[in-house]
Design a protein around this ligand. Structure first.
Ligand code: TXA
Ligand code: MG
Length: 314
């Protein structure tokens, strides 16, 4: 951990576990390190990054918190919630990391390894998911290794992550907006706010102009194999990504099959999602056929990632 913190301080790129997915960290104040981070991921530089800090008081040096933001931080930090807030006057996060926006995305991760690293390092760490841009997010150190070996300085292995989908992103605008469903269910946030979250524009292409969450590109989180959603029957040669105890027609013909949660548990399904997509992607199947997943709780984030995985890649 000491070596990892030192690497960050020297402008290095360090992958580390958070409770959602593995992140690829760089010193948020070091534009050169951030440029290398974008390069290592092959990520378009207009797609801004989340600044990770160890606690609320560190977050308040970066961004301005109103009463709503404080209520959300109090309820869900540390944890899988990211807040998009106006930058503080002396915000140390490099403009390259915020893609020139006057807002900044901040999160306080709960994972003990992430907390330890942030405390040792002392400053903010920007960290996108530690995968090649457009690939499925990593939920184990081995996933990071297979995407980024040779392109980054260090991987801290903290075992498989607990949540398995990225943080929920809330834009703290006049009316708070759900920019990305994720590890905190929308309903839990709405209970704290006492009102519904605005929804982002339905059409993902609408993001390309003046993006609210510029990272929400239509094709994202994508395996190389074609993905077919809401499968109720399986064609020969297809791989099956199942959910729940009841198998679809023709499942015995599947080239490969994995079940996100045989007992139909959405939390378990989220934890398995990206790892199973990666595993099925390696089976040389014609298609990954995915059974319907209910949209409650973490199901909203799961369905969001599945829809993106199913968009044809360009
Ligand atoms: O769970 C997570 O959030 C993981 C772990 C590593 O913390 N990180 C993650 O980062 O998912 P990334 O880079 O894959 O996704 C960050 C998202 C992108 O969609 C980006 O556009 C959005 O956050 N974002 C960042 N800054 C923003 C801003 N100022 N306004 C709106 N959206 C922003
Ligand atoms: Mg990502």
């Amino acid at each position: 951990m000491a070596a990892a913190a030192r690497r960050l301080g020297n402008g290095g790129l360090v992958a580390f576990p958070t409770e959602t997915v593995y992140g690829l960290g760089a010193d948020a104040a070091n534009a050169e390190a951030i440029a290398r981070l974008y390069q290592a991921k092959g990520r378009p530089a207009f797609n801004p990054l989340i600044a990770h800090v160890s606690d609320l008081s560190s977050a308040q040096r970066i961004a301005r918190f109103d009463a709503t933001a404080l209520a959300l931080a109090d309820a869900f930090w540390p944890g899988p919630l990211t807040l998009v807030l106006p930058k503080a006057p002396r915000c140390q996060v490099a403009d390259l990391a915020t893609a020139g926006l006057d807002t900044v995305a901040i999160r306080v991760p709960a994972h003990p390894v992430a907390q330890d690293l942030l405390r040792r390092f002392g400053g903010a760490v920007v960290a996108p998911s530690a995968n090649l841009s457009g690939h499925v997010s990593p939920t184990t150190a081995a996933h990071v290794q297979s995407d980024l070996a040779g392109r980054i300085d260090l991987i801290v292995d903290g075992g498989p992550v607990a949540v398995g989908v990225e943080s929920t992103i809330v834009g703290c605008f006049e009316t708070p907006m759900l920019l990305r469903p994720g590890g905190v269910p929308r309903t839990a946030i709405e209970r704290v706010l006492g009102r519904p979250l605005l929804r982002p524009p339905e059409d993902p292409e609408a993001d390309s102009d003046q993006p609210l969450a510029p990272g929400m590109l239509a094709s994202h989180y994508a395996p190389r194999t074609r993905v077919r959603l809401n499968a109720v029957n399986i064609e020969p040669g297809e791989a099956l990504l199942a959910f729940g105890p009841i198998m679809p027609a023709g499942f015995d013909r599947a080239a490969a099959a994995m079940n996100l949660s045989a007992r139909g548990d959405l939390t378990e399904a989220a934890a398995h999602l990206f790892g199973y997509l990666r595993a099925l992607d390696d089976k040389q199947a014609s298609t990954i056929a995915v059974m319907p997943v209910p949209n409650d709780d973490l199901g909203e984030a799961i369905n969001d990632r599945l829809r993106r995985a199913a968009v044809p890649q360009t």
